[in-house]
Design a protein around this ligand. Structure first.
Ligand code: GLC
Length: 733
């Protein structure tokens, strides 16, 4: 048998071996013990990530062999204790699977995910996940509830900070990179971790951007905007999925059989297990699709939801439901086997203490190379949106006034969902600048808090500005206004900060805004009034150092927006991949009455998807479609020349968009279908090739099937979603 065939057989045997081992173990298990694997609990009195704590005495449940998994265990020592209890005191000694939210780093915190996405760098994103896994496994975790693959177009929703922006393709590429980084090539290696695709599905489409609100959309919208990102992560090998809080087509995701079984397992071929989001089984009572917890457990079990996060409904009712014939034992077997198979893949049965262990947490975290990577990621995440008069990079000798609520804050570098971060560990903006400019006169004044004035704060800030050559001013939102349960119906800069800004602006000094935020904000007023605008996001543990790298010019900014910044809230939802409508406003100034526009507000956003400045200039030329007459099923190859025509070396993200000129359904005017981040020295050019595959041309056609269609296409390649260099190609039947 050839080596290749042996390898394939080997892989197949490996996969089957884990399932076979699971089946063999299940043959020894009672119904109660099988149900036990479907239960996930938090420790008693644990700091929780949801409305309630544990409904059971977890230690007793572990001894009964009824606790398959735990989350929110807050010390390596406790994990070892719980694992010992399971392995030594339960009848079959089945190890517990410990999970946690490690979404943009574990102890080494990286920028919030929306910031990481602005790097447009899958390899860097994968490295973030690899480091996160290495630190998380040192803690004793074998599972992270990440990547969040939710594609979001509404900045009122606080959880946009946890995702990779508004584009399905980019979000899919980066989500898949995180799965690869977390799971590596060997899930049982002990420094890799089980990933979890969340929140399935379409959670980000909550009406009015209000968290947990109703989600309702066409199948076309779901399949074209939301599904591709989940699918890309599953195709990358993710072995767990988390069902979302929201209803989907009128049925809550945690009880939605079409979502969790027909689509996820049937159509997408998902082989892992599904965990409910925190108390989302119980919450089906609030959704008013079930009358009580027992009915909720029945609906979830029959929908194909493997694991009950925290509610204890499976623990309390599953056996009864089987006895009453409302849930089959075969279904329990299926749900249990999925979980046990993954536990075998993780190596938990070979060594239940493979993850964690005395002293690993202290020795294997905050490593210098991890901090250096965090610095690189933070630099790549920052997006320069204005730079009039080349106010940046600083010339070097300037007297600097650093002003604002995040100016000297270590904790506000951290962002949301950072359970294991040390809030005192990050480098603040002030510390980063002082280290980089040791001889400069740098005055730092908070001026105000994020939402409240500080007594005398404005006058001190104004005095600092008056004595400076340039003002770096942090505006934005605190960590707590990113992430879950952080929706906002107003995304302006808070009033206290506006007052501070107005006073500092009145000094006439050049200002560069440092926007510290986990979401796009409505900042037109402030942006119009300053020379420079740098979106720093919550940049992570090395935020201050990365900021200094950028403003000093040591690093040329390369971040590009992955989410649109609206001109005003009234435009929301607003996104680049909009459709033409039947009455398009053909130009931004076309004020004809009967066109799709507002009476007094432009259609265009403040800053568009893909935008971001550099300290150098890039030019695009010689766009060439190598096979402009292609056929269905063929890949179209496109080539472009990118030149660095400025004076500095830099990185550019060449972006490729297509327009399906005529489709059987309405199609977006532009869709991102390729991007390449390239480094170019000043004066250097490079040729970049793109493939436009049949899959990338596919959509949810009028006959409700997914696939491509013959016809004409435009292709645009350039610096951002306004790319104007155009080519055309035709796909013949
Ligand atoms: C939370 C979040 C989810 C997280 C889970 C566990 O409610 O919605 O993203 O993974 O609970 O903390």
């Amino acid at each position: 048998m050839t080596a290749v065939a042996l390898m394939v057989v080997g892989c197949t045997e490996k996969r089957d071996a884990d399932e076979l081992r699971a089946e063999k173990l299940m043959a020894k298990m009672t119904l109660a013990e099988k149900i036990g694997q479907l239960n996930q609990f938090v420790p008693q009195n644990s700091i929780v990530t949801g409305p309630d704590g544990s409904p059971v005495d977890v230690k007793n449940v572990i001894k009964e062999g009824m606790c398959g998994s735990m989350l929110n265990v807050w010390s390596p020592k406790e994990i070892i204790e719980y694992q010992k209890l399971a392995v030594d005191s339960s009848r079959l000694g089945i190890p517990i699977l410990f999970g946690h939210d490690i979404i943009h780093g574990c102890r080494t915190t990286f920028p919030e995910n929306i910031g990481i996405s602005c790097s447009w760098d899958p390899a860097m994103t994968e490295e973030v996940a690899r480091i996160s896994a290495a630190e998380a496994t040192a803690f004793g975790l074998a599972w992270t509830f990440s990547p969040m693959c939710d594609v979001a177009i509404d900045p009122r929703w606080g959880r946009v900070s946890e995702g990779s922006g508004e584009d399905p393709y980019l979000s899919g590429q980066l989500s898949a990179a995180m799965v690869r980084g977390y799971q590596g090539d060997d899930l049982s290696a002990g420094n890799t971790i089980l990933s979890c695709v969340k929140h399935f599905a379409a959670y980000s489409a909550a009406e009015a951007g209000r968290d947990y609100n109703t989600v309702d959309m066409s199948e076309m919208m779901f399949r074209e905007r939301h599904l591709p990102s989940y699918k890309a992560a599953i195709d990358a090998g993710a072995l767990s999925v988390m069902s979302s809080f929201n209803d989907f087509d009128g049925i809550p995701a945690s009880g939605n059989k079409w979502l969790l079984t027909d689509l996820l397992r049937g159509e997408l071929g998902f082989k892992g297990f599904v965990v409910s989001d925190y108390s989302s089984i119980n919450e089906m009572i609030n959704h008013r699709v079930v009358a009580d917890k027992k009915e909720a457990a029945e609906l979830a079990l029959n929908a194909g939801l493997n694991m009950d996060m925290v509610d204890g409904d499976y623990y309390k009712f599953a056996e009864e439901l089987v006895r009453e014939g409302r849930v089959s034992e075969a279904q329990i077997d299926r749900l249990c086997k999925d979980i046990l198979t993954v536990k075998f893949k993780l190596g938990l049965f070979d060594d239940p203490f493979r993850y964690g262990g005395e002293g690993r947490w202290e020795k294997e975290t905050w490593l210098p190379e991890y901090l250096e990577t965090a610095r690189k990621v933070a630099r790549s995440s920052m997006v320069l949106l204005k730079n009039e008069g080349e106010v940046l990079p600083l010339k070097g000798s300037e007297r600097i006034a650093l002003i604002g609520p995040a100016a000297d804050s270590r904790s506000e570098m951290t962002g949301t969902w950072v359970g294991f971060a040390d809030y005192n560990k990050p480098v603040s903006f002030f510390e980063g600048l002082k280290a980089r400019f040791p001889h400069n006169d740098i005055k730092c004044e908070k001026g105000c808090d994020f939402f409240d004035p500080i007594e005398g704060g404005i006058s001190k800030a104004v005095a600092a500005a008056r004595g400076a050559d340039v003002v770096l001013m942090t505006l934005g939102l605190p960590n707590a206004y990113s992430g879950e349960a952080a929706s906002m119906a107003n995304i302006d800069i808070p009033f206290a900060q506006k007052e501070l800004f107005k006073a500092v602006k009145a000094t006439g000094k050049p200002i560069v805004i440092l926007l510290v935020t986990g979401r796009p904000m409505t900042i037109a007023e402030e942006s119009d009034a300053v020379a420079g605008l740098l979106v720093t996001w919550h940049p992570g543990i090395m935020g201050g150092t990365a900021l200094a790298d950028i403003v000093s010019g040591d690093c040329n900014p390369s971040g590009r927006l992955t989410m649109t910044f609206p001109l005003c809230l009234g435009q929301v939802p607003i996104h680049y991949n909009a459709k033409s409508t039947g009455r398009p406003r053909k130009t931004p100034t076309n004020n004809a009455k009967y066109v799709s526009r507002y009476m007094s507000t432009p259609n265009e956003p403040l800053f568009a998807f893909g935008e971001g400045l550099s300290y150098t200039e890039f030019a695009y030329s010689d766009l060439e479609v190598l096979n402009p007459e292609a056929k269905l099923g063929e890949t179209v190859k496109v080539r472009i020349k990118v030149s660095n025509v400025g004076k500095r070396d830099g990185e550019e993200v060449a972006q490729l968009y297509i327009r399906d000129v005529i489709g059987s359904r309405t199609r977006p005017d532009r869709e991102l279908k390729g991007f390449k981040k390239i480094s170019l020295k000043a004066g250097e050019s490079a040729t970049v090739d793109f493939d436009i595959t049949p899959e990338s041309r596919s959509f949810f056609r009028a006959d409700k099937t997914w696939g491509e269609e013959a016809g004409d296409f435009d292709v645009f390649i350039g610096h951002d979603s306004h790319a104007s260099l155009k080519g055309i190609f035709t796909i013949a039947k």
